[in-house]
Write a protein that binds this ligand. Sequence first.
Ligand code: PLP
Length: 424
Amino acid sequence: GYLDLSKQELEKEYSVLSKRFEEIKGMGLSLNMARGKPSKEQLDFSLPMLDTINSKSDFIGEDNMDCRNYGLLNGITECRKLFADILGVDAENVIVGGSSSLNMMFDTISCFMTAPAVEGCKPWYEVKNRKFLCPVPGYDRHFGITQYYGFELIPIPMDDNGPDMDIVEKLVSEDESVKGIWCVPKYSNPAGTTYSDEVVKRFAALKPAAKDFRIMWDNAYCIHEISDTPDVLLNIMDECKKTGNEDLPIMFCSTSKITFPGSGVAALAASENNLKVLREKYNYEIISYDKLNMLRHVRFFKNYDGVLKHMEKHKKILKPKFDIVLDTLDKELEPAGIASWKKPHGGYFVSVDVYDGTAKRTVALCKEAGVVLTGAGATYPLGLDPNDSNIRIAPTFPPNSELEVAMDVFCTCAKLAACEKILN
Ligand code: PLP
């Protein structure tokens, strides 16, 4: 690896890389690995869904209601059942919302800001030193919601089993101003980590100092497999029933990366106590969500099995894309010994830790060479990566031929940045 090279050898490597970098710049590339979006091919899989409803359709669902009209704030029954199967909960515990789960998460935090999650607790806006736990690396938009609402964001390190539960347990049990934690329990964004059974059980067994502590359980990638050996996540609601902690988790998911991002259907699931508080807010917020879209989704998939079959199609497209990323990293970065990464079994990202202190530089070099990456630091609260090391790669959107070139550029830039750093 680079750290074993003499100064002279490393300088030689640096000049080879610099030359290669200039060549790449000359190619005038314009590529993008920043967006966690499905590729066009994947979107096409869901086109037949648009034909499930037309002007000749029957719009009466299981509830005997006309889905073209107001009503059913919890969503149509058949869609609640579908999400109940996806999340592994009872349909009565599901609210089907609009087209974005992030929107439902924002609404949930917003709700508890003014309406106490538990009677007798202060609404969160009155808790001046309110804190939220943020497993890192994580999803910037999660962190952003609690930043917007004035929480102090506390980074919690993650390993291959999930968040460091020793730290979580300590903070949660000792500090009443810690009000919640963001979790992407399966194929986390960006590391692709699935929480181990032990971690899930420890979450279910938390004894928070704050009676209104809540776990934001964002299962965005619950059925988003790319491997033939999928990870298996323990069901947190089942575990919480055993520990009498049913009010702890609020679960979220959506069909954004199943059908159409921005035009899919989102849902949350929670205990009756939590639903009571949330429904009170939704009652004022909206009359009812888009039931035609719910109907469209249910008629397209028919049932949970139909959803899983559909996910197989996505997997066939995504597997080769992840292979390109991981094979290039193995081939180009492994020998240099300056970076590490995980091989996810699902989800939408590959998380790469480049040589400490070079993530920003790597992203800047890539940009100069015509390859846009997610901003360095984005995976940390307030955009502050203490090691300036983590970079999130999103392989799903670009065509494979572009992805190959972009990964080549990425590896060249990561190596160049590492050489600079070690030499200086
Ligand atoms: N949650 C996670 C972990 C995500 O990565 C994303 C999108 O990238 C979302 C939520 C957004 O979901 P939605 O489109 O349902 O708002």
